[in-house]
Design a protein around this ligand. Structure first.
Ligand SMILES: C[S@@+](CC[C@H](N)C(=O)[O-])C[C@H]1O[C@@H](n2cnc3c(N)ncnc32)[C@H](O)[C@@H]1O
Length: 233
């Protein structure tokens, strides 16, 4: 572990420039147009610190500094929290985050959006260990880690009112896979870099409910939100 630059007696967060403290993070978020309360800042600082530290030893994300993770990746979760607040979901939605990897979008999302039960699904063992450590340290509400292939999810996780999957599979394959997992009136969100093509989702049994453009440090992004449409199959 690359810790040799930390002086004995100094907490790692104040000694290392690679890990934010709550004040630095609150300022960086404000520069991106977001205000954090003290609890959110503390949890997000903890997550970014863990992510940067574990990323030195295993391949979790391409971005290597917490500032880059914040502006390129956490921004997705912020916008997603705003987006989900607008969707007509049940009061206690059951959500699945497929191929959660390092916890994106789910872990930052749960800091800002804590409705219902949320399951992070990931097949790779080391990544699930990271996710479990992060969920426990951040004390995220009703957030669970399942080590499973998405294709093998058990009945206890299904059906879902909301399915998310960032950089999980090409969208037609992803929609095909999740169609039987959704509750009637549920939603599936596709994370995309462009607007959807005409008729997107029809072949997989979905109706496009809405398209939501937003901007991150990485550029223009879109949420494509679909709902099952039995008439389209
Ligand atoms: C490209 S990463 C994206 C991770 C994260 N969602 C993100 O946006 O940074 C895809 C993740 O999906 C996981 N994965 C791929 N196929 C899977 C499957 N069939 N079931 C569960 N996890 C899967 C991989 O192990 C990997 O962690």
């Amino acid at each position: 572990m690359q810790r040799s630059h930390h002086q004995a007696g100094n907490p790692p967060q104040s000694a290392s420039h690679s890990e934010p403290d709550s004040r630095q993070l609150t300022e960086a978020a404000a520069a991106l147009g977001r205000s954090l309360d003290a609890d959110q800042a503390g949890k997000l600082a903890l997550y970014l610190g863990l992510l940067v530290e574990w990323n030195r030893r295993m391949n979790l994300v391409g971005a290597s500094s917490w500032r880059e993770v914040l502006s390129r990746l956490v921004m997705d979760s912020w916008h997603l929290a705003d987006h989900l607040a607008e969707l007509p979901l049940p009061a206690e939605p059951r959500s699945l985050d497929l191929g959660a990897g390092a916890g994106l979008p789910g872990i930052p999302l749960r800091i800002f959006w804590n409705s219902g039960e949320y399951r992070l699904v990931e097949i790779r063992e080391k990544r699930t260990i990271f996710l479990r450590v992060a969920v426990a340290k951040l004390d995220l509400p009703r957030t669970f880690v399942l080590r499973s292939r998405v294709e093998n999810l058990g009945a206890d996780a299904l059906p879902a009112d909301l399915v998310l999957g960032r950089a999980f599979k090409p969208w037609p394959e992803y929609l095909e896979l999740v169609q039987p997992m959704l509750a009637p009136g549920g939603f599936v969100v596709v994370f995309a870099n462009e607007a959807p093509p005409e008729g997107a989702g029809k072949d997989q049994g979905f109706r496009l409910d809405r398209v939501t453009p937003y901007t991150t440090g990485g550029g223009q992004r879109y949420f494509w939100t679909f709902t099952p449409d039995s008439a389209s199959r």
